[in-house]
Design a protein around this ligand. Structure first.
Ligand code: SF4
Length: 432
């Protein structure tokens, strides 16, 4: 069967979600073409000839971008079977079916796609433990985000050592699909995936696991093997604050094995907001994680949901002041100063009695909400526009931070915004 896999956007990486199912489907005897629309255009002929076209939807932005692409593909090839797969496919099942998508493959989607290609029926979510095979990245040479570190740019490999998550944070889109479960990709497959990307020039690896320390022994086995085979290759991973504290003994190992930075979804510095999100960490825990990672010689890059229905102007000022006081201005991507809470379908946020949302909006794919204080929403949208404008002008993180602080008349004379250490980062500015 001729199959096309389409990705619209995955944060500047070469998607595992294209390369892995490609290997499975080719292994089952199908002819597979993949298109990552973040770096290339679809070939019309391939779309017209395909019998099955599957759209990879790992995140909110990807799903929004996919809707008009699905419409276009339908016009080009009305006979093809349309499939949506990845985390956001089951969450947006109703919208996708309205668009003409016939099958939804969420969770561990590789076997579901193989079954669909055989003409079998599937469930919208599969959480089977798969024996992964090495993703097929042959002929893939798109220009993706680079690691910028100390004036040097490094080509970045992307892989996943696990999917899903064992935690149940209220706002997290993984929770309604994985329900507190995570699944590992076998270490030899992860290492082979890295090896094929290093062979093409990658010198840094991004582990895209929702949380690298859901299975700390698995993660450490992989980074030790990575260090042994490629002593010059660095990496980054996402690890929650709670895990940084619980597994503090492993932080030295992360540094010794080449960890360039750790992303951690701090979300808020307000204990009330953190309790509502059920993040299982406090403001104090965040401070401790900053100290622990610094002491271990690691760079922490916290991410935040700056605007929630519970954010206050004073709370936002405190957030900015604390980032400056902790010397983290260069560690926080500017977009993290302005992100707004997304209430996605199936979200556990919808169970909160004090959260008023409007009916689901099929265009933005969220339940919109308004802050009870219109001044907070006005600040949020001014701050968002400011960051978008200044990023286009290539302004530095410190400059953008100053402009955001000026919106709330926050004096910064007492703060040295210069970084304590040079903070490496991926030059893909937008995360959502
Ligand atoms: S720890 Fe992270 S990935 Fe896991 S449920 Fe919470 S927000 Fe989601």
């Amino acid at each position: 069967m001729k199959i096309v896999l389409v990705s619209t956007y995955e944060m500047g990486h070469d998607p595992f979600g294209l390369a892995s199912p490609r290997a499975w489907l080719e292994g089952a005897g199908h002819q597979v073409r993949v298109f990552d629309l973040a770096v290339e255009r679809m070939e019309e002929e391939a779309i017209r000839e395909a019998e099955m076209i599957a759209f990879y939807l790992p995140m909110h932005t990807a799903t929004r971008l996919a809707a008009p692409v699905i419409e276009r593909v339908k016009r080009m090839n009305p006979a093809a079977r349309l499939v949506a797969y990845g985390l956001y496919a089951p969450l947006n099942e109703a919208m996708l079916r309205d668009l003409g998508v016939g099958a939804i493959a969420g969770g561990e989607f590789e076997t579901s796609l193989v079954k669909l290609a055989r003409g079998e029926a599937i469930e919208p979510v599969c959480l089977d433990r798969l024996r992964f095979i090495v993703p097929d990245r042959s002929d893939r040479d798109g220009q993706y985000a680079m690691l910028v570190s100390g004036g040097e740019k490094r080509r970045v490999a992307y892989t996943e050592a696990s999917r899903g998550c064992k935690h149940l944070c209220r706002h997290c889109p993984i929770v309604p699909v994985y329900q507190g479960k995570f699944r590992v990709v076998d270490a030899d497959v992860v290492l082979a995936d890295i090896r094929q990307q290093v062979a093409r020039g990658a010198a840094h690896v991004t582990f895209g696991d929702p949380d690298f320390f859901n299975g700390p022994a698995h993660a450490i086995r992989i980074v030790r093997a990575l260090r042994q085979e490629f002593p010059r290759v660095s990496y980054d991973a996402t690890i929650k604050i709670e895990h940084l504290l619980r597994h503090r003994k492993l932080l030295d190992t992360l540094r010794e094995t080449g960890c360039a930075f750790i992303v951690s979804a701090a979300e808020s510095l307000d204990d009330e907001v953190l309790a509502r999100l059920e993040k299982n960490h406090t403001r104090r825990d965040f401070f401790e994680a900053v100290e622990l990672t610094r002491a271990a010689g690691l760079t922490l890059q916290p991410t935040f949901i700056a605007f929630t229905p519970w954010t206050t102007i004073e709370g936002y000022c405190d957030f900015l002041r604390t980032i400056a006081e902790l010397g983290l201005v260069e560690n926080v991507a500017p977009v993290q100063l302005v992100l707004r809470l997304l209430v996605t379908p199936g979200s556990r946020l919808l169970q909160l009695p004090d959260l008023d949302v409007e009916p689901f909006d099929a265009k933005s794919l969220v339940y919109p909400w308004k802050h009870r204080d219109p001044a907070v929403d006005a600040l949020g949208s001014r701050a968002f526009q400011t960051v978008a404008r200044l990023q286009k002008e290539n302004r530095s993180r410190a400059e953008i931070f100053r402009e955001i602080a000026a919106l709330v008349s926050m004096p910064l004379e007492n703060f040295d915004l210069a970084p304590r250490t040079a903070s490496p980062y991926l030059n893909e500015p937008w995360y959502c």
